[in-house]
Design a protein around this ligand. Sequence first.
Ligand code: HEC
Length: 120
Amino acid sequence: MRKLLTGLAAAGIVFSGASAGDVAQQVEKLAKEYGCSGCHAVDKVVAGPPFRIIAREYKGKPNAKETLVKSILGGSMMKWQAKARKYKIKIKMAYMPAQHGVNKEKAEKIVDLILKLDTK
Ligand code: HEC
């Protein structure tokens, strides 16, 4: 048993490796369900910024959750022009329309997950 566990840890599939992947998968799944995936993915630019880069920008900032939930529910405009330059990405739209398909609870759920994405 001990030998097996050591082997699994060495292969990087015990705990940390697996859970980081799970968060990304959960974000992709909710994004699809909530109608975000037409414009967002975890790691690539679709029309808007990738969720992992949003996490990198907001992780650890005060009011990160409130700010992002507000943007999802009310829309967001031109905020990412300068940030896109900072992260060297090219986003394809200057604004996100208010997402009427989600309520506050759903917006909070996906924001919590986005902010949990591994950003290293
Ligand atoms: C029609 C395309 C589109 C859809 C659909 C869309 N987004 Fe966006 N999203 C964008 C764009 C473009 C931006 C950058 C806006 C800006 O520059 O202010 C953005 C920005 C964001 C941000 C960062 C806001 C901030 O304050 O910095 C978050 C978080 C986000 N989107 C989450 C979501 C979620 C969750 C959904 C689904 C419920 C969603 N988006 C659906 C295009 C979209």
